[in-house]
Design a protein around this ligand. Structure first.
Ligand code: MG
Length: 156
C-alpha cells in the first residue's frame, strides 16, 4: 500500500464556469487557472502522483503548455490514472475535502463522487468528498478562492 496527499487552491475570477469534482456548479464566478480550474481534481491528481512517487501535476501538465489551456481536469485525471496503471498500481480509496465559504456544495457532492469514482475505476463508496467552510477565516472564508485536500491509498 502507498499513501499520497495533495493540496491545491485557486482564486475566484469572473467570466468562468465553476467546476469542482468534474461537475459544473451554478455560481457567479469560476476559478482562475490555465485549465478549467477544478481545484478538487488537481488535489486528487497530486495525491495520486505523490503516492506513486511520480512528482506532481505541474511536472506532467505544465501551465506553459498550450495543449492544457482550459482543459477539462478529468482528462488530466485519466492521464494520471494511465500513468499509475503503467506502473502496475491501482487505487484502493480516496478521501477529499473542499474548503469553500460559498457556494453550497452539498447538492453536488453525490454527482462529483460518481464522476470521480468512474475515473478512478472505483465503486462510489470508495470515494469520499467532504465540503467544509472555515467560518469566515482566511482566503476561503473571505470568498477569495477555494482550496482542496486529497488523500489516496494505492495498491501495488
Ligand atoms: Mg491547480
Amino acid at each position: 500500500m502507498l499513501i499520497g496527499q495533495g493540496y491545491d487552491a485557486h482564486r475566484f475570477t469572473d467570466g468562468k464556469d465553476l467546476v469542482l469534482g468534474g461537475v459544473k456548479i451554478g455560481h457567479d464566478q469560476g476559478l482562475e487557472a490555465h485549465s478549467d480550474g477544478d481545484v478538487l481534481v488537481h488535489a486528487l491528481c497530486d495525491a495520486l502522483l505523490g503516492a506513486a512517487g511520480l512528482r506532481d501535476i505541474g511536472h506532467f501538465f505544465p501551465d506553459t503548455d498550450a495543449q492544457y489551456k482550459d482543459i477539462d481536469s478529468r482528462v488530466l485525471l485519466r492521464k494520471v490514472m494511465a500513468e499509475l496503471e503503467r506502473e502496475g498500481m491501482r487505487v484502493h480509496n480516496a478521501d477529499m475535502t473542499v474548503v469553500a465559504q460559498r457556494p453550497k456544495l452539498a447538492p453536488h457532492i453525490e454527482l462529483m463522487r460518481n464522476r470521480l469514482a468512474h475515473d478512478l475505476n472505483l465503486e462510489p463508496h470508495r470515494v469520499n468528498i467532504k465540503a467544509s467552510t472555515t467560518e469566515g477565516m482566511g482566503f476561503a472564508g473571505r470568498g477569495e478562492g477555494i482550496a482542496s485536500y486529497a488523500v489516496v491509498l494505492l495498491e501495488e
